[in-house]
Write a protein that binds this ligand. Structure first.
Ligand code: GLC
Length: 636
């Protein structure tokens, strides 16, 4: 059952697409005060598990920490971070009863889940203007499914997007991309996508392609398609301010950029230098920006990733002016008089939330200050694209995923979880986010495999790929300046060929499991306790997941480990994909086990009575011969 409550004057985020009548009064859940700001206090019993929050830090069970919904460009995902790139305000209180809460509120919202007081959940925000949805159901999954039904169906990517993709910030030109393709194809490692980061553009200008780096781009794209390689360019939120640049001039002339209070266009520095932010909350601006994807679609492009759409701000005009003042002041005094002040100013420049109070959106003629709707900016950038794709190329499925997001965006695209690091702990963080993201409708997701920042090692990449073979988005991506981490760069290439090859054997299964989850508003990845609610051990398991209805996954995520402990809630068949293409199978009974998993093996567990199709290894998705799949299973 779903009940909708209204507090104050909520902003219509369009996260929920189903009409639900508003209840009178307050919900019977904890204590709510909505006089000055909003606050919900709920006493948590000892056994209560709190799930949800989509792309958030820490565990599958969110208890014991604090989380702030505030889309943030932060490349350092350490344990103390309260906000990442997404804002997904859905939690599920799972104890004796199962209650889902969705706070439809597009500004900063804090979830204190036993941080201040161990037994207390406190959800707070500054303005008491929101919708609160309270969902009760028979089981945790039932609550999730009801929620997913009201927020609308999840985005379905083209089938090729289930292949493996290679990315790196630093591929400068066609030659660099050619050598990646050659590295994979030449070594018989399967691949379907090569990503184009910001260097393909002219001076980081959206919807331009540098003709010196990519002469005759259209034929280049077509040539790559002949090799079954899709090129996937990045699109950033900020539009470079430059006379003669059509997108800038059109946006300026039509008034489609976010404005300061005095009506001038807000200026912020991002990759291209000074930019304006398109007003994605304005329907006309959204349509206009969306229509620009056609420039690249016309050249054969059929996939994109939307970035820097929190929006990320290196510094604003106001920020730099204040720094300037401070520099002048400091220069007047003795140089060592105020170094602290200068440093403080400097450190406050990037992603300073003061800047989000400096610009406005035009929402149906009303000026809305950005900080009040901050969390739906990236969502609306991706919506702009998704809505435009239907007009530009209605017959095509186009790949789209975004960095910033809010619930509702799951209808238009997937997400990648941003700038992680080549750290073992981030393999586990990747795993933990998957079910939480699925609860919030995001099915097409993945992390930068191998890690974005810092230097990857061979063993870390192999272990991470062995998780990545199961995530719908399977992309290796790294930052400029880090160690090369394409699969063919390391010794023992055959191990990488094998692990990525396993993905291609699983694609017929994974693709159908994905379609089924999307159609039935189901989760592709579930915490074990969703499937075995009676089993007390399952509530504790934070490093294994159920995958669709047939499988359990338990990747190895520790350095130097030659295997791992695993908990089986029932008898299962432990299957390892071996280097020689064979499968090693063993029936393991319910309980705790230590399983050996070598670096070049991919482990999975098949549930009793279940079977899955396995294809033969192919070098790209269209080359998978579905008529040659074999069934493997643990049939009774
Ligand atoms: C951001 C993105 C990253 C990209 C980089 C350069 O940090 O998160 O994926 O490589 O910008 O475009």
């Amino acid at each position: 059952m779903i009940k909708k409550y209204k507090f104050g004057k909520p902003f219509e985020t369009e996260a929920v697409v189903k009409e639900i009548p508003v209840e009178a009064g307050k919900p019977e859940i904890g204590e709510i005060s909505a006089e000055e700001g909003f606050c919900l206090i709920y006493k948590m019993t000892d056994e209560l598990v709190v799930y949800g929050l989509g792309e958030a830090n820490r565990g599958i069970n969110k208890r014991g920490y604090k989380y702030v919904s505030l889309c943030s460009d932060d490349f350092n995902h350490t344990e103390d971070k309260l906000s990442l790139y997404g804002a997904h305000n859905f939690i599920l209180l799972s104890g004796e009863s199962q209650v889902g809460l969705f706070f439809d509120y597009p500004a900063k919202l804090t979830f204190d889940i036993g941080y201040t007081r161990q037994d207390t959940l406190a959800v707070t925000c500054d303005d008491a203007d929101l919708y609160l949805y309270v969902i009760t159901g028979e089981s945790a999954l039932d609550v999730v499914k009801q929620f997913r039904e009201i927020i609308g169906g999840s985005y379905i990517p083209p089938k090729y997007a289930f292949g493996f993709g290679q990315s790196r910030w630093g591929y400068m030109n066609a030659g660099d991309i050619d050598s990646v393709v050659e590295g994979y194809r030449g070594n018989n490692i399967p691949i379907d996508m090569v990503y184009m980061d910001i260097d393909y553009m002219v001076d980081y200008k959206d919807f331009t392609v540098n003709p010196e780096r990519f002469p005759d781009f259209k034929s280049y794209v077509a040539g790559k398609k002949e090799q079954n390689i899709h090129l996937i360019p990045i699109i950033d939120a900020g539009v470079k301010i430059e006379d003669g640049y059509d997108i800038y001039e059109e946006g300026r002339d039509k008034g489609y950029f976010c404005k300061r209070e005095d009506g001038s266009d807000f200026e912020a520095c991002v990759w291209p230098g000074w930019t304006h932010f398109p007003d994605f909350l304005n329907k006309d601006a959204r349509e206009w920006f969306g229509s620009k994807y056609k420039v690249l679609i016309d050249q054969g492009i059929d996939g994109f990733w939307n970035d820097m759409n929190e929006p990320a701000i290196f510094y604003s005009r106001e920020g730099i002016n204040a720094l300037d003042e401070c520099v002048k002041e400091t220069a007047k005094t003795k140089l060592d008089a105020k170094p602290g002040k200068l440093e403080e100013h400097f450190n406050k420049l990037q992603n300073n939330h003061k800047d989000y109070e400096r610009f406005y959106h035009n929402v149906n003629g009303e000026m809305v200050r950005h900080d009040k709707v901050h969390n739906i900016y990236g969502y609306n950038m991706t919506r702009a694209a998704g809505e435009a794709f239907k007009k530009i190329a209605p017959e095509k499925d186009i790949l789209m995923f975004s960095r910033a997001s809010y619930i509702g965006m799951h209808r238009y695209g997937g997400i990648w979880t941003g700038d992680n690091k080549s750290w073992w702990s981030h393999i586990l963080l990747n795993l933990k986010m998957l079910p939480s993201l699925n609860m919030c409708g995001f099915l097409y997701c993945g992390a930068d495999l191998g890690g974005f920042g810092d230097n990857a090692t061979r063993d870390l990449l192999l272990r991470w790929l062995a998780l990545g073979v199961f995530t719908p988005l399977m992309r290796n991506h790294a930052a400029i300046g880090t160690r090369d981490q394409e699969a063919y760069r390391f010794e023992g290439i055959e191990d990488f060929r094998h692990v990525i090859g396993v993905r291609y054997r699983l694609i017929p299964y994974l693709y159908n499991a994905y379609l089924k989850a999307a159609k039935e508003n189901d989760m592709l990845f579930k915490p074990l306790a969703f499937v075995y609610p009676e089993d007390k051990h399952c509530k504790q398991v934070e490093d294994q997941l159920m995958l669709s209805d047939e499988l359990m996954i338990a990747p190895v995520y520790t350095q130097n480990a030659t295997g791992r402990y695993v908990y089986l809630p029932e008898e299962m068949m432990f299957v390892k994909f071996m280097q020689d293409g064979s499968l090693k199978k063993e029936i393991l009974e319910k309980g705790h086990h230590y399983v050996d998993v070598a670096l070049n093996e991919v482990p999975l567990f098949i549930r009793k009575g279940c079977r899955i199709p396995l294809a033969e290894v192919a070098l790209s998705v269209p080359e998978i011969d579905e008529s040659k799949t074999m069934m493997v299973g643990y049939e009774m």
